[in-house]
Design a binder for this molecule. Structure first.
Ligand SMILES: *[C@@H]1O[C@H](CO)[C@@H](O)[C@H](O)[C@H]1NC(C)=O
Ligand SMILES: [Zn+2]
Length: 167
């Protein structure tokens, strides 16, 4: 009887510690799977780990901001020829579809052409892909995403995987 009770307690201790271990692992990995969403339809657009600051020499204003769980995201202000202002963040890749041909001129990153990007689900304008004009360059393509068209506040609600590991 005593022995049974002891194994029972051992089991409980094992069970509780594996719960704790699972939680710790979840805490460490969940930011990797966190996305900013399409503000219009909620589709996952860009994973936080794919954000990468690409400063532009022609930005009207620049600031570093913590967005969701990502610190020091470079937010840059631009104006298009129609006098519309955009706050833009940059990333290496995202879930988007190409909505135009590659275009030069009026570019916010000199030396780069651009392609208009939309949300793959609702087609809302999401930003632009920037492609080096010269093929003989080390520069790589990147994405400029319109901050106002993304949902990034209340980051605890935006965790996609695994949902159960909130602290
Ligand atoms: C943003 O942070 C980076 C890295 O700390 C720094 O080099 C850069 O000057 C900052 N930019 C602005 C606009 O504060
Ligand atoms: Zn959408």
């Amino acid at each position: 009887m005593k022995r049974n009770l002891l194994s029972f307690f051992k089991f409980i201790v094992f069970f509780v510690s594996s719960l704790i271990i699972n939680n710790v692992i979840g805490e460490n990995s969940h930011h990797l799977h966190e996305y900013f969403l399409c503000r219009k339809c909620g589709r996952e657009i860009v994973e936080l780990s794919n954000l990468k600051n690409v400063p532009s020499s022609v930005a009207l204003r620049q600031r570093n901001e913590t967005l969701g769980h990502k610190e020091e995201v470079l937010v840059q202000l631009f104006k298009n020829p129609q006098n519309v202002f955009y706050e833009v963040i940059t990333a290496t890749q995202a879930n988007v579809f190409r909505a135009s041909q590659e275009t030069g001129g009026d570019t916010w990153w000199p030396g780069f052409n651009w392609i208009i990007l939309g949300c793959p689900q609702c087609r809302q304008h999401i930003g632009w892909e920037y492609i080096p004009q010269s093929k003989n360059t080390d520069e790589e393509s990147f994405l400029g995403l319109v901050l106002g068209n993304l949902l990034y506040e209340n980051a605890d609600e935006l965790i996609v995987l695994p949902k159960s590991y909130k602290s």
